[in-house]
Design a protein around this ligand. Sequence first.
Ligand code: MRU
Length: 398
Amino acid sequence: MSEANIYWRIVMEGDTRDTMKITPFEYEDGSLKVLDQRKLPGKEVYLEIETAEDMYDAIRTLAVRGAPAIGVAAAYGYFVALKKWYNEEMSYAFTEISTNCTPEDFMAEAERLKDYLGSARPTAVNLKWALERMYGKIKTAAEELIELSEDGELSSKGVDELLKIAEKEAISIHVEDVEACRQMGEHGLGLLEKGMGILTHCNAGTIATSRYGTCLAPIYLGEERGYGFHVYADETRPLLQGARLTSWELNKAGVDVTLICDNMAASLMKAGKVDAVVVGCDRMAANGDGANKIGTLGLAVLAKHYGIPFYMFVPTSTIDLATETGNDIIIEERDGQEIYHMWFKESMAPEGIKTFNPSFDVTDADLITAVITEEGVIYPPFNEGLSEAVRKAGEKRK
Ligand code: MRU
């Protein structure tokens, strides 16, 4: 059994819930598949990822989506693509002359793939975080191997070793994400009470992560422990992650979920049906401003108005201390046809209409009641707590 399989079994152990059998990706012995979330809820089909282009397209078109899931999938995809390049291009090119490839060749490809995959989407920091982590690990190991070699080259044995290191790192990123979500679930549940009405936006559940989800993790845990939550899922225009994904996965898990249109949240709050708002995050700046799916900011403003706690679930892999405030977060803008055409049989707007389709917005730190990380719950002002959480998570990795 490969190391990957062993890790996977450890991760799966003890989970009998049906929803926990959903996995946004499957990795086994060098082969990677991702759940095609574009087809949900109608079809549960997996896409095979064999090349860097397959991975790029799957991320770009949201076959795989949700900040943590994008990071983990990209880490596996990076390894798969690097291995393929070496096996197909380099081994062949050097058969006649030598079995070695120059360190420059290998590292140039490692860097090219990192930059290419990293450009698939701009906002979720987990993508670059995971790829930088993969590249950094390979670079350090390559430098050590080259120093030890007599001719300053990477032997094919050396490259094999580097590829094994890359595979192991992708698996670690995966396993850590499962654990981080589990811990966020426990911390988050401590903030909630039995019978609460909980509003969520977009999908920050099982399929947006490796398992459990970020802001849906306490809901799953609560369900197991008899909390009897009533969850309201915003449909989340224009790509309908709430309607297609959140209501699908919560319903499958037997959670009491009610789907609403995005513009219904205010009246639901006014009617006293919402006791807490829980959302995920794509990138949190050092000051606690958090980018998440478009519409999140509006919910935070409403929650403040009605005195409802607003909780943002942010694994440390989503905290970007290098970005000072939310003003520096790049917001992805997507094709306008997602608004007027994609889910309709006919266009729902006049031909050639101008559109504005930002995929995310930034919720100001002062609208967030608490940030929940795997390291614990952080209250405002956030700066110190966020850097402490990142430091602690980094220490554990050493
Ligand atoms: O465009 P998407 O579907 O990738 O956006 C996803 C979100 O905004 C999620 O809320 C966020 O990534 C957190 S996922 C745990």
